[in-house]
Design a protein around this ligand. Structure first.
Ligand SMILES: [Zn+2]
Length: 203
């Protein structure tokens, strides 16, 4: 007959429940099964401390068979099997098994050992940095058109030399090559603009 044990201190259910809820790594049915097995540990502890030397009348009630556990959580035996597996994977339960007395090829649970809660290591999602947008060159025709529109002079200081075509909304921030996003700036204003010091020019 299988029996239930618990490693470590008496279960602080409130804390256990809170930690599992926060970590979100366990299904409600798995948790119910953990609680059910835990109640068998407590029943066992009570019996051995209160009724020393006496034999319990109805032992079957206190034996955590798969059928009994299924009744406890109000689910099928196959659900119990699934939950046992899941609790084992989660490191909350260790099932000790022994050979079936009538069929040595079959292993049956002999002990359900509840293990204390261990926080799962947190998985930090990798930050995905999108690749920079590929630059599309401004065509010569467009360059000429913007220069003509802006009177071949810097929109910042009015200079007529060393002129460049500037993106009002930066290309790196999603600005386009549309005419209304382009303007003429001299190299000096353009570089001031790059460090954010060209007040009144930046649209
Ligand atoms: Zn300028």
């Amino acid at each position: 007959m299988p029996y239930a044990t618990r490693r470590g201190d008496r279960l602080d259910w409130v804390r256990f429940d809170f930690e599992l809820a926060r970590d979100g790594s366990i299904e409600p049915t798995d948790k119910a099964l953990y609680a059910a097995i835990s109640s068998f540990v407590d029943a066992e502890t009570r019996r051995s401390s209160n009724d020393v030397g006496t034999v319990a009348n109805d032992v079957s009630e206190d034996v955590p068979t798969r059928q009994r556990l299924a009744e406890c959580i109000g689910k099928s035996v196959s659900t119990v099997d699934r939950c046992i597996k899941s609790l084992e994977q989660r490191g909350l339960l260790k099932v000790h098994r022994r050979r079936h007395p009538d069929n040595p090829k079959v292993f049956v649970p002999s002990e359900y050992e509840l293990l204390p809660y261990q926080p799962q290591p947190r998985v930090v999602p990798a930050v995905i940095v999108p690749p920079p947008r590929k630059r599309v060159p401004i065509s010569e025709a467009k360059r000429a058109r913007v220069l003509t529109r802006d009177g071949h002079s810097c929109r910042g200081c009015g200079a007529n030399e060393d002129l460049t075509i500037d993106h009002i909304k930066h290309w790196s921030r999603g600005g386009s090559n549309a005419d209304d996003n382009l303007r003429v700036l001299c190299r000096s204003c353009n570089s001031k603009r790059s460090d954010g010091s060209l007040d009144g020019v930046d649209a």
